[in-house]
Design a binder for this molecule. Structure first.
Ligand SMILES: [Zn+2]
Length: 127
């Protein structure tokens, strides 16, 4: 049974989303490529694969409820998580931002540039 993950979903929904997320089932699955998890909105199911950090993966997928892709809306959700102490969410947010602005492979982007694009969010969340 996966009751533990369902319970964690309820807890995270309460703590980070004010209980507003619709109920999704959370199930474990076999390793799925390089993905740690994925969401199936048609069946309201979040699948957690062989993730080293199932809680983080679950939170990531919960941010996908109502928000496909890793664009601006998704990153705003990561920002909220980071402001509530989930520092990995800040790292993910920067990663997706860099990906979006097409500098992922270049490696020369400076922290200042990231901070600029985050409009000061980095300094607030980094405290
Ligand atoms: Zn994702």
């Amino acid at each position: 049974m996966d009751n533990d993950l369902d319970q964690i979903f309820d807890e995270l929904n309460s703590v980070f989303f004010e209980g507003r997320l619709p109920k999704y089932r959370v199930r474990r699955c076999q390793p799925h490529g390089r993905e740690h998890g994925f969401i199936d909105n048609t069946t309201a199911t979040i699948w957690i694969c062989a993730s080293p950090e199932p809680r983080q993966t679950l939170l990531h997928e919960m941010c996908h409820i109502g928000t496909l892709g890793h664009g601006r809306l998704f990153r705003a959700k990561l920002r909220r998580l980071a402001r509530r102490g989930e520092m990995w969410a800040q790292a993910e947010r920067i990663y997706y931002l860099r990906e979006e602005i097409g500098m992922k492979a270049n490696g020369w982007i400076t922290l200042w540039e990231v901070a600029y694009h985050l409009r000061g969010g980095l300094s607030v969340s980094a405290i």
